[in-house]
Each structure stands twice: as structure tokens, then as C-alpha cells.
Design a protein around this ligand. Structure first.
Ligand SMILES: Nc1nc2c(c(=O)[nH]1)N[C@H]1C(S)=C(S)[C@@H](COP(=O)(O)OP(=O)(O)OC[C@H]3O[C@@H](n4cnc5c(=O)[nH]c(N)nc54)[C@H](O)[C@@H]3O)O[C@H]1N2
Ligand SMILES: Nc1nc2c(c(=O)[nH]1)N[C@H]1C(S)=C(S)[C@@H](COP(=O)(O)OP(=O)(O)OC[C@H]3O[C@@H](n4cnc5c(=O)[nH]c(N)nc54)[C@H](O)[C@@H]3O)O[C@H]1N2
Ligand code: SF4
Ligand SMILES: [Mo]
Length: 734
């Protein structure tokens, strides 16, 4: 069957591929794995980074899995997505051959040779006519970082284009910018053990029970009887399980944190040693003069007592306080300052660099942290800076790429790439492992922009995602389980993936696709060292020398597995390296930050009004986010599992307070029409006393939701403000 398929579809390049070492597509069985054995892999969904144990048949193919008991992250646990991680690989709608839109507008199968020819000839002619800024890539936090780095280096240093960004912009850009500005490097300081060692755990805009269930389990293991405070407009599953829910007004975070800092400084509940390691205290103290609790009651929806009490709780002398945030903070028009306001609170109270403390961003996708260091999008590969000539020279040396290929010019951010498409300056997009035709804010704009593109290439596991359906050219990709490489989880732990399944049909790992493209483009000689993921890993490892993310002490994948994953930094011959998995490490224990002065910066600016507030025409504030632990984003993977499908509603639903529903004449399961200034959708009514009146919630997993969202962005991080816009609601029944 496979050989017949190969005969029909393969060109000379395919034969060449089959002979490449380490390639597991096209009928090759992973040679390093013994039949009937087990192996391990980090889960390919969320950034918790659980390790799964894969059970193999006599051909070395995974037939089942279970969570790995000894792994220091998940300690034998997994959520439903992890347990069902093999299901999406067997789906009938896997992309199994390159597809090209023919003259009739239909996607027809073509060979890899044809696909590469179309890819290179079309993009080269666009480049010749419109220059090196006329093509951009949009990629992901969900492939191994060896692949991300290959893409970023190939596209920018080999093919000579400038603009590329990733869906991590939708997700982590705010945390990245906040950390870079405050600490001098994108360095989440914590280790998961901090969940178990904290006395006060403050979760801000973070619904762990749904989005990171295993991290919630880690909190449940805390023996110190911690106070768990959830700050979220909704009484989420996590808020209900916590000791205290603070139902603040959407986007009330920034004024609330300033009021807390005001009280703490006013009452002298600060940590002198930590304050001495901060720059900007005088300016911050003066600024906070305008933020006594009384000044923020409107913006936060909280009374003065509640704010004063919270201020005392998070500054209790001798108590270990940890701050944790996710998308309720990052996805805001002022997310960077809100994240930094939490960083400031941790700094002034001395809650950093010690067990059970920290200002801790919980990451979203399995390899968002890998993307932050290696994707060559916002930072130069290996945790470097494009603008720094020494960094460019170091990367040029390390990768054997001519210095003149490594430009200092920054890339446009995601939203700016779409602006450039609109303006006719970007003519082609290459989308890899992300589905923006569903997930991008105000996504109807993408449908309109589609016609402005001369070429849209989508590289995905499936041929029928919203983005693939819009594409001219579809490149079929192998997925998690079908390839090797590394992910980095939220606590900076590097872990490995294994190829335990044969990719279907002609699907190839992204790594192989990038190799083929490098050769077809004519820049293959720049990437001769990138023979397979482990070779790329070693190149990238060496690039990190003397950076905060230095991992030069890691020998190879085998060492990562042997040590139960390795948290960065892990420099050569360092006394901080540990040969045991219990050697959990947090950053900043010595009070030294990565800024030029060695001190952390207290950064702040006055809160701004929301870009789109509810009004008479659109009287509800729409919140969006994760719906259930069994649904992943645009559901191209999770909807393939019979079991996961049974654990979540198939059709969109809207959570609305019963009083609001009654006023609108809506009953449970009625169909409601939700309108914003951008578009409208239908959703079934779900009566939720967990919502505050005049606020509603839609899970992001349904493609219609981003027809409503408002395209506003944080000015520092350019992260979309997904979490709040104004909508109206009416009954959809005549
Ligand atoms: N099951 C599942 N798990 C996932 C994912 C998934 O798709 N499905 N995706 C992964 C990814 S990539 C990410 S980024 C994470 C996201 O993980 P989370 O950020 O925890 O999830 P969200 O539901 O997007 O948002 C969290 C909360 O922010 C609240 N919120 C909204 N506005 C505000 C506000 O102004 N202030 C505050 N304080 N809170 C607000 C929302 O009510 C929501 O409960 O989850 C990861 N895990
Ligand atoms: N309204 C609203 N919108 C949101 C959010 C929100 O809270 N509210 N959250 C935002 C956030 S935080 C995120 S992270 C984004 C996520 O948004 P997306 O990244 O668009 O969502 P996914 O469904 O994860 O898309 C990943 C795609 O990659 C494909 N894929 C998986 N593995 C591989 C692989 O190995 N190789 C290749 N080539 N393809 C692969 C999958 O089939 C899938 O189509 O959504 C954002 N959108
Ligand atoms: S919690 Fe995250 S990493 Fe762990 S099994 Fe679930 S999706 Fe996978
Ligand atoms: Mo995300």
C-alpha cells in the first residue's frame, strides 16, 4: 500500500529522503527503539511538560501510553489530553501528501518535488519583484526547538527574508517583554516545587484546573496548608477550589496591584535586602502616591477593606508568597505593565529567589519556552539580541553562517505582518503548526486579507484546518510522536520527544521539510551541519554559552532523559548542576539580575481605559479562554479523539449569569446571538452563576469566537487583547 503510494507520488527528492539517517517518515521504523520496549516522551500539548511512557509493539510503534511515574514534573499523573495523545495521529484527515490548489480551486495531490518547485519558484519570484520583506512566516510554540531554530535560521539567514513571528505572540509575548525589561532576560524564575513550598499562592488570570491540571495537583501536594487566592472575573473551576476568589472587574489587575504596592510601601512591609537590589524605587514610590485603595475601587470593583486585607496577606513577614499568572494577564492591552506590577510586588516584599516565592508566568504551549530562546523571531537564536554586533558575530561563528546574512533589523510583529499584507508589502505567508484562521483576534480580517496574498503555504498535520482550507499549498507534516527533538516547559526544564509512530503517507517531520526546502532553495550548504534533530541540538546548545540560558553542560539527549529533564541554566562544570532530579533550581537566589546594573527594574505606567468598554449598544463584556481540559485550542488535534470529544460540548456555548439570561428571555440551551462590532455568532445558553452580571464567557475552541474579539494590542509586547470586548446578546429564536 505504502510502496504503491510512494511510486505514484515520489520524485527523486523523496528517494534521497528515505536514505537520510534519522528519518522516520515514509516507512522507516525508528531504529533506536527496541520492539516490545517502552520509551518516554514529553506530552505535546501544554507547557506543564508531563512525561509520558510509551508502550511499543514488535515493530517499535507505540500502541499505548501511561504517565511516567518517576518524572519530577507530573509524578505519574496526566490530564485527559495526555492520556489520549496518540489518538490524533490516526485521524483520517491527516495530510498525507502535498496538496496544491488547481485551476478549479480544489486542492489536488502533487509530489514533494512539485511542491518544492512551486514553493521555491513562487517565493523567489515574489522576492525578486518585491524584496526581502515581501514574505513572512507565522509559526508556533508546539514543535521541537530544533525545528523552530531551523525554520528561523533557514528563513532569515538562508532564504534571506526578514519577517517571521509565532503564535507565542498570542500567548507569551507579554511575559517575555515584562521579564526582559525587569530582569534583563526572559527568565521565569521558578521551579514547580515552589507550588509545594509556598504559604500564599496568588493565581492571577490563570485557570489551572482546566488549563494546567497537573500544576493544580502540585498545589494540592503542598503540606504547608497554603492560602490559595484566585484573581479572576469568573468563579472558575480553580477559583471554586481555592481558599479565596477575588472577582475583580476585567482588566482591574493593574490598578489593584498598584494599590497593593501603595499599602505595602506605606506600611513599611518591605524587604530591605531585596529593595537594595532594585532600581527605580524612589520613582515608583512617588508614582504610587496616586493609588491608595480608595482610588481604585471603581476600576477593580473591590472595596477598600478587601484591598487592604489582600495587601497584608501578600506581605506577611516570614511567609512565602508566590505570584502566578497566565492569559488573564498576558492577553491584555496593558499586560506587560500588569505582569511587571506583580514582579514589583514580589521584589519589594523579597518574594523572589527563595523556595515558595516568585513572580511566575505559567506558559501555555508545550514548547513556548523553546520558542522564546531558539525560534529566531523576537530574539536572535540562543537567547541573543539581533541588535548586538557581538551576538551576531557569535551566532555567525557558531552556525558557520556568513555574518552579512545575519541582519540587525527586527521583524514585524504578528499584527504588523497582517498590516503589511493589507498595505500590499507582504505578498506571501508560510504558516507552520498554527491555525490563525481560527485563533487570531478579529480573524474575519484574515479572510479579507487572504485575497491580497499571492501565495499562502500551510504546513500542518491535517489538510482541513481553517488555515489549511485557505491555503494555496499544503505541506503534510508529521506530528508529535512521529519525530524527535526537545521541548522546554514552564519551569525551564528541557525534555526529549521520541519518534514512536510512522508518519502517514508522504508526511514528513518539519525538520525534514526544512532540509528539503534549504536544498531546493539553493542554500543547503549553509545547513550541512543540521543533519538530524540531535545534531541541531548540539549546535544550539553551544550557541547558548555564557548566556543566562547556558546549557553547554548537556552532553546529549540521553543525558537529558537520564537526569529526568534538565532545567536551564546548565553550564559546563558548574557547581549548581546536579546529578539528581531533586536538584530543582530557581533563579535569582543571589539577588543578581541580568540587567547591566545587576539590579531588577521597577517599571510602571498609569493604567489606561479599556480599548472597547461595554456601552448601551453592546452592554456585555465578553471574556474568552479555555473551556475544558479535553479541548486544545482550535481542536485540530483534540477533536480527533473519540474520548476527548465526549468530554466537551461539540457546539459553541456561552456562559451567562442567570439574571442576565432571564432579563433577555433566555433559558438553558436556548440559542443566543452574540454580536460585536466585528461580527456575530450563535451559541447555546449555559446558565452560569459563576459569571458576574453583565459579563459573559465564550471558550476559544469554536472558530466563530474570534469573529467577535477586538483587535487591540499591548503596546510593549504587541500581544492581542483577547480577553475583553463589548458584545450584545439576543435570542436567536424568532
Ligand atoms: N485544556 C486546555 N489547556 C490548555 C490550553 C487549551 O487550549 N486547552 N491551552 C494552553 C495555552 S497555549 C495557554 S496560553 C494556557 C492558558 O491558560 P489560562 O490563562 O489559565 O486560560 P484562559 O482560560 O485562557 O484564561 C485564564 C483566565 O483569565 C481570566 N481573565 C479574563 N480577563 C481577565 C482579567 O482582566 N484579569 C484577570 N485576572 N483574569 C482575567 C478568564 O476568566 C480565565 O478564567 O492554557 C494551556 N493549557
Ligand atoms: N479568543 C481567544 N483566542 C485565542 C486565545 C484566547 O484565549 N481567546 N488564546 C490564544 C493562545 S494563548 C494561543 S497559544 C493560540 C493558539 O492558536 P493556534 O496555534 O492557532 O492553535 P492550535 O489549534 O494549537 O494550532 C496548531 C496547529 O498546528 C498543527 N500541528 C500540531 N503539531 C504539528 C507539527 O508537529 N507540525 C506541524 N507542521 N503542524 C502541527 C495542528 O494540527 C494545528 O492545526 O490561540 C490564541 N487565540
Ligand atoms: S497537563 Fe499538559 S503536559 Fe500534562 S498531560 Fe495534560 S496536556 Fe499534557
Ligand atoms: Mo497560548
Amino acid at each position: 500500500m505504502l510502496s504503491k503510494f510512494l511510486k505514484q507520488h515520489s520524485g527523486p527528492l523523496t528517494a534521497d529522503l528515505v536514505q537520510e539517517p534519522g528519518h522516520f517518515g515514509l516507512g522507516k521504523i525508528p531504529s533506536r527503539l527496541k520492539p516490545h520496549a517502552t520509551t518516554t516522551s514529553i506530552c505535546g500539548y501544554c507547557a506543564t511538560g508531563c512525561q509520558l511512557k510509551l508502550h511499543l509493539d514488535e515493530h517499535g510503534q507505540a500502541i499505548n501510553l501511561s504517565p511516567q511515574s518517576g518524572y519530577p514534573v507530573n509524578l505519574g499523573m496526566a490530564c485527559p489530553k495526555g492520556w489520549q495523545a496518540l489518538d490524533p495521529l490516526d485521524a483520517p484527515d491527516r495530510a498525507t501528501t502535498p496538496l496544491f490548489r488547481d485551476a478549479t480551486g480544489r486542492h489536488s495531490p502533487i509530489t514533494w518535488t512539485e511542491a518544492l518547485d512551486i514553493f521555491t519558484s513562487r517565493l523567489k519570484s515574489i522576492r525578486a519583484e518585491h524584496g526581502h520583506e515581501s514574505v513572512a512566516f507565522l509559526s508556533t510554540g508546539q514543535i521541537p526547538f530544533e525545528e523552530m531554530a531551523f525554520l528561523g535560521c533557514l528563513f532569515k539567514f538562508g532564504m534571506g527574508f526578514l519577517h517571521g513571528d509565532a503564535n507565542t505572540r498570542q500567548c507569551m509575548a507579554t511575559a517575555v517583554t515584562a521579564y526582559k525589561q525587569s530582569f534583563g532576560f526572559d527568565a521565569p524564575p521558578y521551579t514547580y516545587a515552589d507550588f509545594e513550598e509556598s504559604d500564599v499562592i496568588v493565581l492571577v488570570g490563570s485557570n489551572l484546573c482546566i488549563a494546567h491540571p497537573i500544576l493544580w495537583q502540585r498545589i494540592m501536594r503542598n503540606p504547608r496548608d497554603p492560602k490559595i487566592i484566585v484573581i479572576d472575573p469568573r468563579a472558575t473551576e480553580t477559583a471554586q477550589a481555592a481558599s479565596q476568589h477575588i472577582a475583580l472587574r476585567p482588566k482591574g489587575d493593574l490598578p489593584l496591584f498598584y494599590a497593593l504596592a501603595h499599602c505595602i510601601l506605606r506600611d513599611g512591609r518591605t524587604d530591605p535586602a531585596s529593595l537594595a537590589r532594585c532600581d527605580g524605587l524612589d520613582e515608583f514610590t512617588a508614582f504610587l502616591g496616586d493609588y491608595p485603595p480608595a482610588a481604585v475601587t471603581d476600576a477593580t470593583g473591590l472595596d477598600i477593606d478587601a484591598i487592604e486585607t489582600l495587601a497584608r496577606t501578600v506581605s506577611e513577614p516570614g511567609k512565602r508568597v508566590s505570584w502566578w499568572w497566565t492569559m488573564g494577564v498576558n492577553q491584555s492591552y496593558e499586560g506587560v505593565r500588569a505582569a511587571q506590577a506583580m514582579i514589583n510586588l514580589a521584589l519589594i516584599t523579597g518574594n523572589i529567589g527563595k523556595p515558595g516565592t516568585g513572580a511566575n508566568s505559567i506558559t501555555g504551549q508545550c514548547n513556548a519556552m523553546g520558542s522564546r530562546l531558539f525560534s529566531n523571531t523576537t530574539s536572535l537564536v540562543g537567547g541573543h539580541d539581533f541588535a548586538d554586533p557581538e551576538h551576531r558575530a557569535k551566532v555567525s561563528d557558531g552556525l558557520g553562517i556568513p555574518l552579512e546574512n545575519i541582519t540587525a533589523e527586527p521583524s514585524l510583529a504578528y499584527d504588523q505582518i497582517f498590516d503589511a499584507v493589507e498595505a500590499g508589502r507582504i505578498k506571501a505567508l508560510w504558516i507552520i503548526a498554527t491555525n490563525p484562521f481560527h485563533s487570531w483576534i478579529d480573524r474575519a480580517r484574515l479572510d479579507r486579507l487572504r485575497d491580497k496574498l499571492d501565495l499562502l503555504v500551510v504546513q500542518d498535520m491535517y489538510h482541513n484546518t481553517e488555515s489549511a482550507l485557505a491555503a494555496d499549498l499544503i505541506l503534510p507534516a508529521a506530528g508529535w510522536g512521529e519525530k524527535e527533538g526537545c521541548f522546554i516547559n514552564s519551569e525551564r526544564r528541557i525534555g526529549t520527544l521520541k519518534a514512536v509512530r510512522q508518519a502517514p503517507g508522504l508526511a514528513l517531520s518539519d525538520f525534514r521539510i526544512f532540509r528539503l526546502i534549504a536544498n531546493a532553495w539553493g542554500c543547503g550548504e549553509l545547513f550541512t551541519q543540521w543533519t538530524d534533530p540531535q545534531a541541531a541540538f548540539k549546535l544550539l546548545r553551544d550557541l547558548t554559552a555564557n548566556r543566562p540560558c547556558d546549557i553547554t553542560g548537556i552532553d546529549d539527549y540521553e543525558m537529558i532523559d537520564r537526569l529526568g529533564g534538565i532545567q536551564w541554566p546548565w553550564p559546563k562544570d558548574s557547581s549548581r548542576n546536579s546529578s539528581t532530579t531533586s536538584g530543582e533550581r530557581r533563579l535569582f537566589a543571589d539577588g543578581n539580575y541580568y540587567t547591566p546594573s545587576g539590579k531588577a527594574k521597577l517599571l510602571f505606567s498609569p493604567p489606561a481605559p479599556p480599548p472597547e468598554a461595554a456601552d448601551a449598544d453592546f452592554p456585555f463584556t465578553l471574556l474568552t479562554g479555555r473551556g475544558t481540559s479535553s479541548q486544545w485550542h482550535t481542536q485540530s488535534r483534540t477533536a480527533k479523539s473519540d474520548i476527548l470529544r465526549k468530554l466537551s460540548p461539540a457546539a459553541p456555548y456561552i456562559e451567562i449569569h442567570p439574571d442576565d439570561a432571564a432579563r433577555l428571555g433566555l433559558k438553558e440551551h436556548d440559542l443566543a446571538r452574540i454580536r460585536s462590532r466585528r461580527g456575530e455568532m450563535l451559541a447555546s445558553v449555559y446558565l452560569a452563576p459563576t459569571m458576574r452580571p453583565s459579563q459573559v464567557f465564550l471558550p476559544m475552541h469554536y472558530p466563530e469566537v474570534n469573529r467577535l474579539t477586538h483587535p487591540s494590542f499591548d503596546p510593549h509586547s504587541r500581544q492581542p487583547n483577547y480577553k475583553a470586548c463589548a458584545v450584545s446578546i439576543t435570542s436567536a429564536h424568532p
